[in-house]
Design a protein around this ligand. Structure first.
Ligand code: ZN
Length: 282
């Protein structure tokens, strides 16, 4: 749509200049040996705007409008920012295999969630229990759907992220690092519109089934903050809700309250683990 609004005009121009500058820097990029990266040139994707994402609507009055490629590129930037790889982006509800009754029921719940989720009212959703039935696939498919609706989703691979947060927290409390580095690392997890926690509490228990207190404290800090702000989570965990409550009652209670109707728990049954099917001959 054409517009004469000066703010939009200025913003488009500024964004366009920023992208041009980025492009120049990329195209002029040299590697450590001084050799030009990518042969010195990046192929232009959109022949209409030359990847500046805006086109001139009225040359005489110097009025610009967004190019039709802008929305697609904006979506791609959201996906890249949230840390989802290309393989993850290909996971959809359509290509999710309903291998057993749990998978079919989980997909039904996910489809219902996707259909009833708009930018205005966002709810939490959780998939718990039996491993290898596609909980992560469904979580990622839902994250992709939300991002296509322009809703920012941050992907939190639990095992890696909790280790990073614990390390930073320890260093910060010993004043070994710049002040507030832990606070800076945890902030996006508390403020992003939707947080997707993959494999919650994986490897958090020791051999006596005791959960690591630091893991629980950090996760409660994140979840409680989001609860108070009304910000949802998409959670997958190989633990059942009973196991999560056993780890920490307050945390489990809050999680169940947040997920509400969108909570699926699959009882543990090794025969359903498709990753083990080849090994077990199932
Ligand atoms: Zn374009």
């Amino acid at each position: 749509m054409d517009t004469t609004a000066p703010e939009l005009h200025t913003r488009l121009l500024a964004e366009s200049l920023a992208r041009l500058w980025e492009g120049i820097q990329t195209n002029c990029g040299k590697d450590s040996s001084g050799k030009a990266i990518n042969g010195g040139a990046k192929p232009i994707e959109c022949p209409i705007c030359g990847d500046t994402e805006c086109v001139i609507a009225d040359r005489e009055r110097n009025i610009w409008r967004p190019c039709k490629c802008q929305e697609v590129k904006r979506q791609r930037r959201i996906l890249a920012r949230c840390g989802l790889s290309e393989a993850f982006r290909r996971k959809t509800l359509e290509n999710y295999e309903e291998r057993n009754e749990h998978a079919a029921a989980m997909k039904g719940m996910a489809c219902d969630y996707a259909a009833n989720t708009t930018g205005g009212a966002l709810k939490s959703i959780g998939f718990f229990g039996q491993s290898g039935i596609g909980k992560t696939h469904l979580s990622i498919a839902l994250a992709n759907i939300l991002m296509q609706k322009g809703i920012a989703v941050l992907y939190m691979p639990y095992v890696e992220k909790i280790k990073e947060l614990k390390d930073l927290n320890r260093l910060q409390s010993r004043h070994d690092v710049e002040d507030a580095c832990y606070d800076k690392a945890i902030a996006p997890l508390k403020t992003v519109r939707v947080l997707m926690i993959d494999d919650l509490f994986k490897r958090s228990e020791d051999r006596y089934n005791q959960a690591n207190p630091a893991d629980v404290r950090i996760m409660f800090e994140i979840l409680n903050d989001r609860y108070l702000k009304g910000l949802p989570v998409i959670v997958s965990s190989e633990l059942t809700l009973t196991e999560i409550i056993r780890i920490d009652e307050a945390f489990g209670g809050r999680l169940i309250e947040m997920c509400g109707e969108y909570c699926y728990e699959a009882e543990k049954d090794q025969r359903l683990n498709y990753r083990l099917k080849d090994v077990l001959g199932g």
